[in-house]
Design a binder for this molecule. Structure first.
Ligand code: ZN
Length: 424
C-alpha cells in the first residue's frame, strides 16, 4: 500500500519538470495535471484585460534557449535546466559580444554552483541564469544567443475547485502555480492542496471550500477583480506555499492579525510545539499581499514551513525534488487538516446546568475513558453562550480536539446545548 507522503512527493516530481510561467502552455499543463485529481474549473483571462490596477500581460510561449560558441559548441541549454532562461525573455537569435551578454547574465557569486530563478514579466528583456562557474568559463569575445519564445496576445489561466458545504460561507485556499523548476516553492503546496481537496471532497462539510491555483500576483489580482461578489462570503483563508522543506511549519498572520484564521493557525502550531513560529504580517511575500491589501483586508494568512527567502535553496536550482521531504509534505497536510477540523467543529455552547458543577458520575462522564477530565471541566465552565471552542482551547491550554470531544460528550449527556450562531 502506498503511503500518503509518497503520493504527495509523486505530485511534486510530476509537476517539477513542467516549464511554467504566469501564462502559457506550461501553466495550462500544470492546471491539467491538477484537474486529473480534482474537479477543476479553468478560467482564461485575455491579455490586455484591466484587472484592478494591473493589466493581464501577453502570453509567453517558450520552446527553448541556448548560448553557443561561434564554432557551435553549446555552453548553456535550457534543455539541461529550465531555470537557465530569464522567465518572459523576448526572442533573440544573433551573435552577442561578451560585454553585452554579461549584462544579460544572472548568477549567484555566493552560491557558485546554483542557478538563480529570475523573471522579467513587465519589462521586456532577455537573459540567462547560470551558475557562477559557468559564467566565469565564458571568456570568448562573442557568443551566439538563441531564445525561441513568443510573446503574443493570449490569456492568463487559473484553476478553481469549489467544494460546496452546508453554508455558503467560504474558506479560501490559494496557491501560486507559476514557478518553473522549483520544488518547495511551489510544487509542494500544489501537492498538499491537491490531497487536501481530495480528502475534503469525501467528507461532510459545514463550510464551502474554494481552492485557487493561480499564477503569483497577477493571477490573484485577476481573481480578486473578477470575484468581488464572492469576497463577503470568505470567512477564513490561507495562502499555501513552501510546504515541503525540512524546516518546521510556520504561519504568517493576516493583516488583521486577530482574525479567527490567525487564531486557528496559532492553536495548531502551539499544539505541534511550534508556538514560536507565528509570524506577524508584512506586506511582502506571496498572494496574501493581494488578499490583505487595504481595500479587501480579507482574513487570509499564509501557511509555510521555512518562510520565503529564509533558506539558501530559495529561488535557486537547489530547490529541487530532493529538497522536498515526503514526511514534511505529510506533516503540512496534517496540520492543514487540523486547522480545517477546527474551522468545521468550532461553535458556541451553553451549559444547561450552570449553577454549581454538574454531577458527572450520574451521567457516565466521571473518569470516562477517552474523555479528558480537565478539558471537560473547562468546557462545562466556559460554555456560557459566549465562549467558542477555540476560546476555551486557548484559555485552557488544552488541545482543540480534546475540547471538541468534551463538548460533544457533554452535549450527548444533556449538559450543553449548541447556540445556533457560529462564532463571529
Ligand atoms: Zn517564489
Amino acid at each position: 500500500m502506498r503511503d500518503l507522503a509518497d503520493d504527495l512527493h509523486a505530485h511534486v516530481r510530476a509537476l517539477f519538470p513542467i516549464w511554467r510561467s504566469i501564462t502559457g502552455p506550461g501553466l495550462r499543463e500544470t492546471l491539467r495535471y491538477i484537474g486529473e485529481w480534482l474537479p477543476l474549473r479553468i478560467h482564461e483571462v485575455p491579455s490586455g484585460t484591466p484587472v484592478l490596477d494591473w493589466e493581464v500581460p501577453p502570453e509567453w510561449t517558450v520552446r527553448g534557449g541556448t548560448i553557443r560558441t561561434l564554432d557551435g559548441r553549446t555552453v548553456i541549454d535550457t534543455a539541461e535546466h529550465n531555470l537557465h532562461l530569464l522567465q518572459y525573455s523576448v526572442p533573440i537569435d544573433r551573435v552577442v559580444g561578451r560585454e553585452e551578454l554579461d549584462r544579460h547574465l544572472h548568477s549567484l557569486p555566493d552560491q557558485p554552483d546554483l542557478i538563480p530563478y529570475r523573471t522579467s514579466y513587465y519589462v521586456r528583456n532577455w537573459g540567462f541564469c547560470v551558475t557562477e562557474r559557468q559564467r566565469a568559463a565564458m571568456q570568448d569575445a562573442a557568443y551566439r544567443v538563441t531564445i525561441d519564445a513568443t510573446l503574443a496576445p493570449g490569456s492568463l489561466s487559473y484553476g478553481e475547485c469549489l467544494l460546496r458545504g452546508e453554508t455558503e460561507e467560504e474558506v479560501l485556499l490559494s496557491t501560486h502555480c507559476c514557478h518553473p523548476a522549483l520544488a518547495n516553492d511551489n510544487c509542494a503546496a500544489i501537492a498538499v492542496a491537491i490531497e487536501l481537496a481530495r480528502a475534503l471532497a469525501d467528507q461532510p462539510r459545514r463550510l464551502t471550500y474554494r481552492f485557487l491555483f493561480a499564477p503569483g500576483t497577477i493571477g490573484a489580482i485577476a481573481w480578486l477583480h473578477g470575484n468581488r461578489a464572492v469576497l463577503p462570503r470568505i470567512r477564513h483563508g490561507l495562502v499555501l506555499s513552501c510546504l515541503g522543506d525540512p524546516g518546521p511549519p510556520s504561519y504568517k498572520q493576516s493583516r488583521r492579525g486577530t482574525a479567527r484564521i490567525d487564531r486557528y493557525a496559532a492553536q495548531a502550531l502551539r499544539e505541534a510545539g511550534h508556538a514560536d513560529r507565528v509570524l506577524p504580517f508584512v506586506p511582502y511575500g506571496y498572494d496574501e499581499r493581494q488578499y490583505c491589501s487595504p481595500g479587501f483586508d480579507l482574513p487570509v494568512g499564509c501557511l509555510m514551513r521555512s518562510p520565503n527567502g529564509t533558506f539558501p535553496e530559495y529561488h535557486t536550482s537547489a530547490d529541487d525534488p530532493d529538497f522536498v521531504r515526503p514526511e514534511a509534505l505529510r506533516d503540512s497536510l496534517s496540520m492543514l487538516q487540523g486547522i480545517v477540523g477546527m474551522i468545521e467543529q468550532d461553535g458556541v455552547w451553553r451549559s444547561t446546568s450552570p449553577y454549581g458543577e454538574p454531577q458527572l458520575g450520574r451521567r457516565g462522564l466521571y473518569g470516562a475513558s477517552g474523555l479528558d477530565q480537565m478539558a471537560l471541566l473547562w468546557v462545562l465552565n466556559l460554555a456560557d453562550g459566549r465562549h467558542s471552542l477555540l476560546d476555551i482551547a486557548e484559555r485552557s491550554g488544552q488541545g482543540f480536539a480534546a475540547i471538541a470531544a468534551a463538548a460533544a460528550a457533554a452535549t450527548r449527556a444533556g449538559l450543553l446545548v449548541a447556540e445556533p450562531e457560529p462564532p463571529a
